[in-house]
Design a protein around this ligand. Structure first.
Ligand SMILES: Nc1ncnc2c1ncn2[C@@H]1O[C@H](COP(=O)(O)OP(=O)(O)OP(=O)(O)O)[C@@H](O)[C@H]1O
Ligand SMILES: [Mg+2]
Length: 289
């Protein structure tokens, strides 16, 4: 789905006259392949280059060096621009900047309308998109009146209505409360599992990355770690070096192991920890009693 080869991105610094006075390397030799239907999480502390990388995938930015190919289309080729933007949709942090319609259904239909989709099909797409993110009941509402989680699901529905093969979510939950975060992550997982849409989720919340097929950790424009969530999070020390947390349960399990408890590395959920501690069986026995 996505093939990134030796990507370098330099932001140019200009003086008042517009002359280039320096540059800042935000992406430094990144190689990354994403297969169709994968759920990828990208982690990394502030300024590590996550958003810059994401913007290359739907041709909002172009490589300084190297190539980005999306579904066989090179992003540097201007002819591919609109096709790439339709196939690789993007959802940003702040839902208020992404919603333009006065009514939810109108907002969701805006993308396909802009693409020249026939009216009847627009409505089919709107219905389908609202159903997928479970906001059919909000279709006549004004987006301004919705909660953060609902607004972000409207943004996602707007992207789905363009029938993308891939959706890039750049910290979609950063401005949401815990219940809003859950709503959005559930929607992203449904898109991936049910609709088979490739998902790239950029997040600061480690708990959101445990659902990914693969996790990439960025540091100073490079990919510093990659692997399954279990592989990445089991290296608690390296994650700390990269100024990142691991999921709280993983951290607890790691501390217990360091205190001498016999636990496997890379425990990701409370259920796994309970299993490893033998608590599950006990509870079952108690239930039976
Ligand atoms: N338009 C720009 N012009 C110049 N430098 C930029 C620009 N955008 C980002 N940068 C710099 O490039 C580096 C990478 O920024 P980027 O926004 O990609 O990081 P990020 O990992 O998304 O950070 P955050 O977690 O804060 O969103 C940073 O050092 C940043 O200051
Ligand atoms: Mg960012």
């Amino acid at each position: 789905m996505i093939q990134i080869r030796n990507l370098i991105h330099d932001y140019l610094r200009r003086d008042e006259e517009g002359n280039v006075e320096g540059s800042h390397r935000a992406i430094d030799h990144v190689n990354l392949d994403v297969h169709p239907g994968e759920f990828i999480a990208i982690l990394g502390h502030n300024g590590s280059g996550k958003s810059t990388l994401a913007k290359h995938i739907n041709a909002l930015l172009y490589p300084t060096e190297g190539t980005v190919v999306v579904d066989g289309m090179n992003t540097a080729d201007e002819q591919n621009l609109w096709k790439i933007r339709q196939e690789a949709g993007m959802v940003f942090q702040n839902p208020d900047n992404q919603i333009i319609g006065q009514v939810v259904e109108e907002d969701v239909g805006f993308g396909p309308e802009n693409m020249g989709v026939p009216t009847e099909e627009i409505w089919e797409r709107v219905n389908e998109s609202l159903r997928i993110v479970e906001i059919e009941h909000l279709r006549k509402k004004s987006p301004n009146r919705l909660s953060g989680g609902q607004k972000q699901r409207v943004s996602i529905a707007g992207v789905i209505a363009m029938h993308p093969k891939c959706i890039i979510l750049d910290e979609p939950t950063a401005m949401l409360d815990p219940s809003g975060r859950k709503e959005v992550i559930r929607a992203a997982r449904a898109l991936n599992k049910v609709e088979d849409i490739t998902i790239i989720l950029i997040t600061h919340y480690m708990e959101e990355a445990i659902y990914a097929d693969r996790v990439f950790v960025m540091d100073e424009g490079r990919i510093a770690m990659q692997g399954t969530p279990r592989e990445v999070f089991s290296d608690v020390d390296r994650m700390k070096e990269l100024r990142l947390d691991v999921p709280q349960v993983t951290l607890l399990a790691d501390e217990l192991r360091r205190k001498g408890l016999d636990l496997p590395a890379g425990i990701l959920t409370a259920d796994e920890l309970a299993d490893a501690l033998g608590l599950k069986e006990e509870t079952d026995v108690r239930k039976q009693a």
